[in-house]
Design a protein around this ligand. Sequence first.
Ligand code: RRO
Length: 306
Amino acid sequence: MRLATRAFGVDFQNPVLLAAGTCGFGMELIDVLDIEALGGFVTKSITVEARAGNPAPRVTEFDSGMMNSVGLANPGLARVRSDKLPWIAANVRRAKVLVSVAGHTVEEYFELIEGLDEADGFVGFEINLSCPNDARRDGVPFALDLDAVTEIIEGCRERTGRPISAKLAPNDPRLPETIKRAEEAGVNAVTLVNTAPGLLLDAGSGQARLGQGAGGVSGPALLPMGIRAVREARAATDLPLLGVGGVLAPADAVAYRRVGADLIQMGTATFAAPRAAEDLISGLVKWGHKHSVLDWSDLGPVADES
Ligand code: RRO
């Protein structure tokens, strides 16, 4: 199966990206996988100030996946500009990079876009509107506030000509409306989904297993939520969609494609198997061969029978 694909004006050698928060800023990957074999990756979400993140433990596993409450730990805008993006510009050519930005306030998103737009090394922004672990906002993401979505995306749009994708939440009861708002405000794509809010306890003590208490669920448990969200999104918009949540095997990526995703992001699977994304790419080629599918684009959305 031919995997090269084009979305929001960018040519990707294949549709497999690593998801934000699972691959740092790329340099963390060089000893474990061939970055240049990827379609691309999304950086850890950046805030204006450097952040140490939430108290440990920040990740915990369960039978169907993982939970995290990293709390936006990142080096901050200045160091991303001075260290991280120059490294990417010098070392990453074929893989396409999206920079993820996250603000505690609406204005912080604008400061981030203004501070990064002139830099080299990346093709566009992923606007993270759906972090479930921002204590300063009580874990309520901007993605669940329609007016905030409009205001943030309009402001980001005014400040950059690069493609922007809005990363939305899996627990949005009015997802089509949120997407409409993001589209009207000028996004070029939508990323679905972020982790789902959850809580795991230690049965003996009754204490939360994550230092912060609640966190975001990822891994296999998130797959059905992501697939459903992408299908709902595809019915609401013709914009390119980036499907993320629980992708492990080629069949998972194909399922996202079948409901209308143009690109796929892989995250949690890479923690257990750092080369999982490379295996997914070769697995997709084999999947196409076995099922006589010549091109990723031929797998387009199937009619929704439900
Ligand atoms: O840093 C985090 O705790 C985090 C973020 Br910004 C996000 O968007 N999603 C997530 O599961 N964790």
